[in-house]
Design a protein around this ligand. Structure first.
Ligand SMILES: [Mn+2]
Length: 467
């Protein structure tokens, strides 16, 4: 391989490993690791990764043990993200050069001067919207397709539905035959989005398939496998190639479809915006293919606004505001989105809230708050689970509360549990250990049992994080 290509590969692996260590590897032992360099061998089967560790011998031993444990995960993610033909065998090598003659202060200064020693929060703050680049193979799959169906997850929130509507509209603008799919029912906020009524409902999907008018490409948005496609899943299994655009980390779900999975994005719509911008730009050096319309902008803004809880959640980053600025400049109706999504209340939903407020229980000096909604409460107030969307946000806004545990009774008697925490907390582990998923700050899982006992289990598991 030519030496320049090898150098670029080394640099790419180093960059991606750095990101993975900062964002995805949860092991606290690797927190002080810096990757100083990567050297791939000629046939790209082995990559030596030179690391240094801030701290003493204990930190060094701990970090190397942590890296060895994460090795399989890192190799897998690396080959996914870089689309490597073969996964190189990662060998971590402790880089002694930094130990010799330099004090820790000097090392810190040097690293920060090079912009390389930044904590995760700083790294996230520094990311720009344009640094989120859609994978080329995703763009190529979209370019090659003629008929595309864009699929949000079941019970679509405005991020899922808005992303689907906007991407389908953009693909039509790019000359494709493209439709957003919807479910029989949508939460009020999603049903109010522009273009929602034209989306294909499950009966229309079944009819199109019966007529042999299925798509050659299916793209899931705000989810990364078809298991989250509810009633649509059996219809879509095996129909066309399936890709995904998502920002959720799943615990133990099926392997992600190919596409774009970027947990840094505060909403899937932010990633869809970048995909649409790429499609709209057209061929390199050529004329723009189409303009991002005001309805695309409104649909994308709806996802951005609601997934950040109205720019209140810890996932709100500078790049979230960059996207908001672009979308409002592009015609998104920010006031209308705010009113129709997060802040609208029906009298029935307020009656439900009154009953749920009665279940609020404070644990550990009010730092953990649990709440519950039962089928009986829904029946008594004529509401559905969609009316509880905002309750987690309401609970997490109570002063002093760091963790929210929200139990929602399902029709089959099991409990859907929504977990929420602040920027310093992590609820992903509690959800993923129960086959759930989500993000560090917001995650969910389904469990069975007596609700009091379940609450006690979650409280006990989260309490150590209270310090
Ligand atoms: Mn989302």
């Amino acid at each position: 391989m030519d030496p320049y290509k090898l150098q670029r590969q080394n640099a790419a692996i180093r960059k991606v490993l750095g990101e993975l260590l900062a964002v995805e590897v949860k092991d606290p032992r690797v927190g002080f690791v810096t990757i100083n360099g990567v050297e791939l061998n000629r046939d790209q089967t082995v990559a030596e990764v030179f690391v240094s560790v801030l701290g003493g011998e204990k930190e060094r031993a701990d970090s190397l043990a942590g890296l060895k444990k994460a090795r399989g995960f890192l190799q897998g993610r690396l080959s996914d993200l870089l689309r490597l033909r073969a996964t190189p065998d990662l060998r971590f090598v402790y880089d002694e050069s930094l130990d010799q003659g330099l004090g820790v202060e000097t090392i810190l200064d040097e690293l920060s001067a090079r912009g390389e020693f930044v904590d995760e929060a700083e790294r996230r703050r520094r990311r720009t919207l344009d640094s989120l680049e859609p994978p080329r193979d995703l763009l190529a799959a979209l370019a090659a397709a003629t008929r595309v169906w864009v699929v949000p997850h079941v019970n679509p929130d405005p991020d899922a539905m808005g992303s689907a509507l906007a991407l389908a509209e953009a693909l039509r603008a790019a000359g494709k035959d493209a439709e957003a799919l919807r479910y029989a029912e949508a939460p009020a906020g999603s049903g109010a989005l522009p273009g929602y009524d034209e989306a294909l409902a499950p009966d229309a999907v079944a009819a199109a398939l019966a007529d042999g008018e299925g798509p050659d490409l299916v793209v899931t948005v705000d989810c990364h496998h078809l298991e989250r496609a509810g009633d649509l899943e059996p219809l879509l299994a095996g129909v066309g190639a399936a890709w995904s655009i998502d920002h959720h980390l799943d615990g133990n779900g099926p392997a992600p479809l190919p596409g774009w999975l970027e947990p840094l994005a505060s909403s899937a719509s932010l990633l869809v915006l970048r995909v649409i911008e790429s499609l709209a730009a057209g061929e390199e050096g050529g004329a723009p293919a189409f303009a991002v319309s005001a309805t695309m902008a409104t649909n994308l803004y709806a996802g951005l606004y609601t997934d950040t809880g109205g720019f209140r959640f810890p996932n709100t980053l500078p790049l979230s505001f960059e996207a908001a600025g672009r979308l409002v400049a592009g015609g998104a109706d920010a006031a209308d989105v705010a009113e129709r999504t997060l802040h609208q209340r029906t009298p029935a939903s307020l009656a439900l809230l009154a009953r749920v407020l009665d279940t609020f229980a404070y644990h550990h000096e009010g730092r953990i708050l649990s709440l519950r909604v039962t089928r009986a409460m829904l029946a008594a107030t004529g509401t559905t689970m969609a009316d509880t969307e905002q309750f987690t946000g309401l609970a997490s806004a109570v002063s002093g509360v760091r963790f929210v545990v929200f139990l929602k009774e399902r029709e089959d008697g099991a409990w859907r549990v929504s977990l929420r925490t602040d920027a310093a907390g992590d609820v992903h582990g509690a959800a993923s250990s129960r086959d759930g998923g989500g993000h560090r700050q917001a995650a969910g899982c389904t469990v069975t049992g007596d609700p009091e006992t379940l609450v006690a289990q979650f409280v006990a598991e989260l309490a150590p994080q209270l310090g």
